[in-house]
Design a protein around this ligand. Structure first.
Ligand code: HEC
Length: 133
């Protein structure tokens, strides 16, 4: 299962993007119910799912990790990284790259050197690392 959370848990999210995310969540729930096999397992890929949902956005939140007596706990939100499909972004793999701090403020980054070059090894998977597990 994919364990990403929507950046709208950050207070800075606009209501417009909240609506957009909610709609995707609803579509995702419906799609999963249709696709689930008799063994309760859904076999798919990020790309197939994105195509089905008509979305092409990848989001990854970075939290502090707290060690509480051997138990790992999720700490404060430090950064949210976003990739969004953008056909014109030819020198960064057809994706637009962005990063937001824990308060939802856009961080000044050079997408090519700070993000894209590290994702290049995944060129055959549209520069996306995550897979369904
Ligand atoms: C040091 C190499 C590295 C750099 C630099 C890097 N990434 Fe990643 N990125 C990764 C890896 C590895 C994953 C998969 C992590 C996981 O699945 O937990 C990932 C995952 C992601 C994902 C989730 C989709 C996917 O590919 O799995 C997004 C979105 C993302 N990165 C955006 C960014 C953005 C935006 C930047 C620049 C601000 C950036 N990354 C910089 C290595 C990097």
């Amino acid at each position: 299962m994919v364990s990403r959370t929507s950046p709208c848990s950050a207070s800075s999210c606009s209501s417009r993007s909240e609506v957009a995310f909610k709609r995707v969540d609803e579509r995702l729930a419906g799609w999963l119910l249709d696709e689930v096999s008799s063994t309760d397992v859904v076999h798919t890929t990020h790309e197939r799912l994105a195509q089905h949902l008509g979305t092409a956005r990848e989001v990854v939140p970075f939290h502090e990790v707290k060690d509480e007596g051997g138990m790992v706990q999720e700490g404060a939100l430090r950064m949210v990284a976003v990739m969004e499909r953008k056909a014109s972004a030819k020198d960064t793999g057809g994706w637009s790259w962005a990063a937001f701090d824990g308060q939802g403020k856009a961080m000044a980054i050079d997408a090519k050197t700070a993000c894209f070059t590290c994702h290049v090894p995944k060129q055959d998977r549209s520069y996306v690392f995550s897979e369904w597990r």
